[in-house]
Structures are given as structure tokens and as C-alpha cells.
Design a protein around this ligand. Structure first.
Ligand code: MG
Length: 322
């Protein structure tokens, strides 16, 4: 009888802990402190998760709650990214309501699952649509600014745009967000597909708290030279956030991805793999025919998906709560 009672108490205790300890309830609102993304206790946080594919090209329909739930349960994903396409055909500028609705579905799913979510203005020329970005992020801040789950990424990948211009755009959008939401993390892209982290390191945005900068790497082309540049940027005191990365993609030996993951671990950097999709390209995680709602078998995964699932599932720092 006693043993039965004790087992029951232990069981109830474990169940309660499992439900109560989502990654967001564990870490709370993320912020930047001393060039590092930290939790509400000031401890560095390194999360691992998945970026969804361009909203307007999500033909199979992965942007749904079941898919998020699967990634959280089967991949131990602790952060997702709603990459809302802006400029291209079918993007936000052409179809604002449709794209914004998709973002809201993912944000609501992340909140239901207790994980972080990045609202990403997925653009290569954001400075051409500053007023649209201001209106969009003002609405997002009004709806979601009180939630610990939400992070704003205001410019995915500038290409040839100079930092001076990126900074001016960013300061306008940040001012609009901060007028509504004083504290949630904001991530700012930098030149050359978010590889020129040296530019914000030399001339950071200083008027508002909790600003981090985007670093993107694809292991096939971005090697030690980019890690050196990122190290130098961290050394100057800016916080970096890898909102996208991709492996070599053929599923074979991938020492560069390994080197990058070691780097992320050492520097306690958050990272999200590109992308939740079934398009026939190296960086898609699943094959054509895989369900948009998850429940994937190993056979449904492409080589990138297998590698990324292994990395994300076993990422200990920040994932240990689930
Ligand atoms: Mg807030």
C-alpha cells in the first residue's frame, strides 16, 4: 500500500513537472546582456530549432499546429521561425492578409506548445518597404508583445545594401516596436545574406535594449573565415543569433557542420535549421509525400532532416527541460 502510494505521488510529481516546464516557462523572456542572449535569470541560453520555409511557397501546408507539435515532441525543437516572404510573388506586399494569417497560426502553435517563435520579415530588400514593416510589426507587438515566446526578426538577409541603410531602416522599425513592446528580443540582419556581422559590430544600434544580430551559415560555402569574422564580432560585444543554417546536404561526411555546431555550443548561440519543407533541394528536411502534419518516419526524412534531427534532439543547452 505504502509503495503504491509513493509510486503514485512520484508519478503525479513527474507529470506535473513535465507539463509545467516548457522551455519558455523555464527561461522566460529572453534578453541581451553582455553580448549574449540570456534568460530571465541572466543565464546564457542556446536554443536549437527549425525555420519554416517561405510562407507564400509553403505549397504542402507545413505551417500548421500539428507540424509544430511534431517538431517539439519528436525533434525536441525549442524554437521555430515563421519566415514570412515579403517581396516575391505571393508575398506579404502582394497578399498581406494571407501571409499574416499564416504567421499567426505558427505563433499561436508555438504558444500552445510552450516554445519560442521568431516572426521573420523574410526579405532581401526590406528598406524598400519600411512603412509596411512598421505597420506589420506594430500589429505583431500589440498582439504578441506581452508573450515571452515571441522574438521579432525585422530583416532576414540584406544583400548589397550598406549597413548605414540597414541601420536606418532597423532603427525606424525598432522604434515602432519599442513604442508598443519595450522588451522582447529584436534580431537585425546584416549585409551579404547576413554574413557581414563585422558591420554592426563596428557600429551597433545602441538606442534600445535587447537587440541581437543575424548570422547565417551554409556549411557548403561558409567555413572558418566566417567563424573568425563572427568571433571578432562577438569580441566587440554584439550578440549573434543564427536564425538560419544549412548543412552540406548530401548526408555524407559533414565536418563543417560539426565545426559550426561546436562553435554554437562554445559560444552559446541559438540556431535554427533551414527549412521545414519538401522541395527537392538539399536543405529541405522531408521528402515529397511526407505528411504536412508530422508523424514522419526516418524514411520520410531527407539527409539534411536526419542530420538536423540528430543535432536538435540532442542539443542539451536549453533543451533539457523537455
Ligand atoms: Mg514584451
Amino acid at each position: 500500500m505504502k509503495a503504491y502510494l509513493l509510486t503514485t505521488i512520484i508519478f503525479i510529481g513527474i507529470s506535473t513537472a513535465t507539463f509545467a516546464e516548457s522551455v519558455v516557462s523555464k527561461h522566460g523572456l529572453l534578453r541581451v546582456q553582455g553580448g549574449q542572449v540570456v534568460n530571465e535569470k541572466g543565464q546564457p541560453v542556446s536554443l536549437a530549432g527549425n525555420s519554416f520555409f517561405w510562407s507564400q511557397w509553403d505549397r504542402t501546408g507545413f505551417w500548421n499546429e500539428d507540424c509544430v507539435k511534431w517538431l517539439v515532441e519528436d525533434w525536441n525543437t525549442t524554437i521555430i521561425r515563421a519566415a514570412m516572404g515579403v517581396e516575391n510573388p505571393g508575398g506579404y506586399l502582394e497578399a498581406p492578409a494571407k501571409n499574416e494569417k499564416k504567421v499567426r497560426v505558427l505563433v499561436d502553435a508555438a504558444v500552445a506548445e510552450g516554445v519560442y517563435v521568431i516572426i521573420d520579415w523574410h526579405s532581401h530588400h526590406a528598406e524598400r518597404s519600411t512603412s509596411e514593416a512598421v505597420a506589420f510589426f506594430t500589429r505583431m507587438a500589440r498582439t504578441y508583445g506581452k508573450l515571452d515566446n515571441v522574438i521579432y526578426e525585422i530583416y532576414n538577409e540584406p544583400k548589397e545594401t550598406e549597413w548605414k541603410e540597414i541601420k536606418a531602416y532597423s532603427e525606424t522599425v525598432i522604434a515602432a516596436i519599442r513604442a508598443v513592446d519595450p522588451d522582447n528580443l529584436i534580431i537585425v540582419g546584416c549585409g551579404k545574406w547576413s554574413q557581414r556581422v563585422d558591420a554592426p559590430a563596428a557600429d551597433p544600434i545602441t538606442d534600445w535594449p535587447n537587440i541581437a544580430y543575424t548570422l547565417h551559415f551554409y556549411s557548403k560555402m561558409h567555413h572558418q573565415w566566417l567563424r573568425d569574422r563572427a568571433d571578432a564580432a562577438l569580441g566587440k560585444g554584439i550578440a549573434l543569433f543564427v536564425t538560419e543554417w544549412g548543412p552540406v546536404g548530401d548526408g555524407k561526411n559533414d565536418p563543417e557542420t560539426e565545426a559550426w555546431m561546436k562553435w554554437c555550443k562554445k559560444n552559446k548561440i541559438c540556431h535554427l535549421a533551414w527549412a521545414v519543407n519538401d522541395k527537392d533541394e538539399a536543405w529541405s528536411i522531408v521528402k515529397k509525400g511526407a505528411s504536412p502534419n508530422g508523424n514522419w518516419t526516418t524514411d520520410d526524412l531527407r539527409p539534411a532532416g536526419k542530420l538536423e534531427r540528430r543535432i536538435i534532439r540532442n542539443w542539451s543547452d536549453g533543451n533539457s527541460s523537455r
